[in-house]
Design a protein around this ligand. Structure first.
Ligand code: GBH
Length: 506
């Protein structure tokens, strides 16, 4: 009798808990994300021009882990209807993808528009709209027309003009249907990895100034595109325009003042350098970083800081030029002022800040060396940004997990990662952060940059050995579908089949 009473209480307790289940708001936008070079293929199809990834993978194939390239990738150029079918299977509200600049403007400049390229994106967008899927479009996800790189790319002070011209073409062609624009994907990866280092095309490796000059012209280019949209398109097209910045969490290893300062410097070097000019009240590059680079530059014999300045006019021009803050978030690390340091090339951004980083060895590891399951890192990042840049609206524009190419369709690690991340996101929403949507990276396996096809991020597996690039849902696709539909994260939900279907109305 007593025993039964206890069981009764436990069941009652469970029910009560279920009633308090935390939900995503009904108007919260769930989607997935991809990028042009990573999925499209058709690298020279129908008049497309060469971009820096075509150029680098063709001239220096050894820089890619498996010597592969994006010539065909997942062949979305020919499979776009299947892509949209997958979006319908998942029941997505939105789909974030990027445009290939050189598919639209083969030489980078707006004097020659490649109509076949425009038609491809028209078809892709129209197919989404037909099924009520909201397109969220990134103008630049790392595939610069090679011709512009020959002229210095992001380091040329004319870059902001070139980007504005391209943006105007794109707003004009697609703005009747696209209402969510993202100018750049991850300035850090463009500037630091591509110009200040050699882990992304165009592998310029100008460690002294590459990151810093790129940051200046990128931010100006972003502001140009934003103003063009607001001044000449927004009134008729009625959309929004923002930028996506990679914000992983950098917290102090201990609560010492030195570690706090080290973590602050790291955040400034990683993402505030791009975010502060746009979102902060004071404008311009972050203070402590500016001071330290100026000091070290002079000590190193430079006539002025390697970090260029903005004029007051430029500062004002750039401030407030974003309707939202797109956050790409994957993981976190601890930052230390004294411990876990490594030797860095001098001068460089990393030697400028000179801090150590630490990842606890017991954090769950993915197939990517840099990607571990870090607790609360979405919550920490979003609440930090929210407190720093008041009244800002956010989207998580990427978040996801990698597995090895030969792994099973049953991807429980990825499911655990997504559930953990989405719970952390709910914590942030409950703490008052204005987050409007979440895009999982990625809809399908794709070309993972320097890692080629050796790391897989897809909710759908792609068979890169098959001429059709067959797509097959992983178990995580079914779990994501269930979360989208119910707006609730059920830790116990198990799909009873791995055979996909399209729900009525999708
Ligand atoms: C995003 O970048 C990209 O937007 C997307 O295209 C990409 O496919 C996705 O993430 C998954 O990687 O090896 O230690 O030098 C995420 C940010 C920054 C993560 C560079 C990998 C390399 C670190 N990326 N980082 S390391």
């Amino acid at each position: 009798m007593r025993c039964l009473l206890y069981i009764g209480l436990i069941i009652a307790g469970c029910n009560a808990q279920q009633k308090q289940e935390r939900r995503f708001p009904d108007d919260f936008i769930f989607g997935t994300a991809t990028a042009s070079y990573q999925i499209e293929g058709g690298w020279n199809a129908d008049g497309k021009g060469e971009n820096i990834w075509d150029h680098m993978t063709h001239t220096k194939p050894h820089v890619i882990k498996d010597s592969s390239n994006g010539d065909m990738a997942a062949d979305s150029y020919n499979n776009y209807e299947r892509d949209v079918e997958m979006m319908r299977e998942l029941g997505l509200d939105a789909y974030r993808f990027s445009l290939s600049w050189s598919r639209i403007l083969p030489n980078g400049f707006s004097n020659h528009v490649n109509e076949a390229g425009v038609t491809f994106y028209d078809n892709y967008i129209n197919e989404m709209i037909k099924y009520n899927i909201t397109p969220m479009v990134t103008l630049y996800h790392w595939d610069l027309p090679q011709k512009l790189q020959d002229l210095g790319g992001f380091l040329n002070p004319l870059f902001p003009e070139w980007f504005e011209d391209y943006a105007r073409v794109v707003f004009e062609k697609f703005g009747d249907r696209v209402k969510h624009w993202i100018t750049f994907n991850e300035p850090r990866e463009i500037c630091y990895e591509g110009y200040g280092w050699s882990t992304k095309a165009p592998i310029v490796n100008a460690t002294d100034i590459g990151t810093y000059y790129c940051a200046k012209y990128l931010v100006l280019a972003h502001a140009n595109a934003y103003k063009a949209y607001v001044n000449d398109f927004k009134a008729t097209q009625n959309g929004e325009c923002g930028i996506t910045i990679s914000v992983n969490w950098f917290g102090p290893l201990t609560d010492s003042a030195d570690d706090e300062y080290a973590a602050e410097l790291k955040r400034q070097a990683e993402w505030e350098i791009y975010a502060n000019p746009i979102f902060s009240e004071e404008g311009g590059f972050p203070k402590e970083l500016s001071e330290i680079v100026a000091k070290k530059s002079l000590e190193q014999g430079y006539k002025k800081s390697r970090l260029p300045e903005f004029t007051d006019e430029e500062k004002k021009y750039i401030q407030g030029t974003s309707d939202f803050f797109g956050v790409n978030h994957y993981t976190g690390v601890y930052v230390s002022a004294e411990e876990y340091k490594s030797n860095h090339i001098t001068p460089s951004l990393l030697s400028d800040i000179d801090v150590g980083t630490y990842t606890p060895p017991d954090w769950l590891a993915s197939a990517s060396s840099w990607l571990k399951l870090s607790p609360n890192s979405i919550y920490n990042s979003l609440t930090h940004l929210h407190n720093k840049y008041k009244n800002t609206k956010f989207y998580i524009t990427e978040n996801g997990w990698s597995s090895p190419p030969d792994s099973e369709l049953v991807d429980d690690d990825r499911i655990l990662y997504y559930r953990t991340a989405l719970n952390s996101l709910l914590d942030a929403i409950e703490a008052g952060v204005d987050v409007k949507g979440y895009m999982a990276w990625s809809l399908m396996d794709n070309f993972e940059w320097m890692e080629g096809y050796t790391e897989r991020f897809g909710l759908y597996h792609v068979n890169f050995d098959h001429p059709d690039r067959t797509r097959t849902p992983r178990k995580s696709a079914f779990v994501y579908k269930e979360i989208l539909k119910t707006r609730v994260i059920d830790p116990n939900y198990e799909p009873d089949t791995l055979t996909m279907w399209i729900d009525e109305g999708h």
